[in-house]
Design a protein around this ligand. Sequence first.
Ligand SMILES: Cc1ncc(COP(=O)(O)O)c(C=O)c1O
Length: 404
Amino acid sequence: MLLKDAGKTADEIRALVKKYMIETYERYDFICERVEGMYLYNEKGEGYLDFYGGIAVNSTGNRNPKVVAAAKEQLDHVIHTFNYPYTIPQALLAEKVCTLLGYDKIFYQNSGTEANEAMIKMARKYGIEKYGPERYHIITAKNSFHGRTMGSLAATGQPQSACHIGFGPMLPGFSYAEFNNVEAFKAQITPNTIAIMLELVQGEGGVNSATPEFVEGIRKLCADNKLLFLVDEIQTGWCRTGKVMAYEHYGFKPDILSMAKAIGGGMPIGAIVTSSEIAKAFNPGSHGTTYGGNSVACAAALAQVNELIDNDLAGKAEKVGAYFMNKLRTLPRIKEVRGKGFLVGVEFIDPIGLDVKHGCFDRKMLVTLIGKNLIRMIPPLIATEADCDKAVEILRASIEAVKA
Ligand SMILES: Cc1ncc(COP(=O)(O)O)c(C=O)c1O
């Protein structure tokens, strides 16, 4: 919808949002009327260079034409049915994802947090049915982020942060151990533990990559203790880190994997994939969803996955992401540039993150801030070296503009 169709001015839209919406976000202060490729356009038609990708969602570019066409085409046939009839996009997407990743089964959800709820519920039910009623505990990493519904929130290892505080007791059955510390995880294992759940690069936690030794150690702990290895690839998945899935960097395969964000190309969809054996934990009545597997979302996701794979966006993320990170290392006031592929964090030596983020906005580039010192960039994976050069120069000007 455009302002002219709504019969409103930009200021009137801002006022309506402020008056009626419960606001929990620090907004970019413009009305986004149109998006395309690497740009979001404001009400004046001015383009903003997209280095946040709708938080790792718009990986094939904003409004990728093939994703748009697939969604539009599906809107003409079936929008929503609930999961009673078979639908064609569900079936084709299931085949595509399972064969591509080498899993037997998929379950669709609507979002990342819901995909993690499904993963947690499946692990718990599998453990309880196979080993007994107490075998449902899950160990996750400190500083992890798994979502904001009560199960995923309890899995999120940030008990002192705003996302936990004030919401009363968390769901029991979770404990947290230091990321990249195998001994810390080992120390948390009890006879009631059924799984270890990790992000392989902590996104919201500050772009922290798991070391190969850590992942190998966790894999071994899981094998030795009959634990499931659950991996949350909601942010890292679908080519973001330079592989289709981040677990490929580490040479193992998760028992259950959750995904969302980039698979939908902007349509809300999440999913878990697993083996036939573990999938048996879910049977009629045990789990379900009204919208999960929605026809339009699945049709868009199928087009998105084809675009990601056919254009080798994993390879591009690896190559152009490395180019970007090397250029970022030439910036002033940098403590560390880290990440994998196009999941990139720039940490400053001092707390100038908010000023830099605002400086980028003033210079028409969109980035995200984590804490006070870290700018995270998760652009569409179609970003070119020229886009990266532009981003680095905007960052440089924004950093230099902040008083020492
Ligand atoms: C690793 C990870 N898990 C889960 C989530 C939650 O996903 P959603 O916001 O779609 O519920 C996020 C969102 O940022 C995430 O980065």
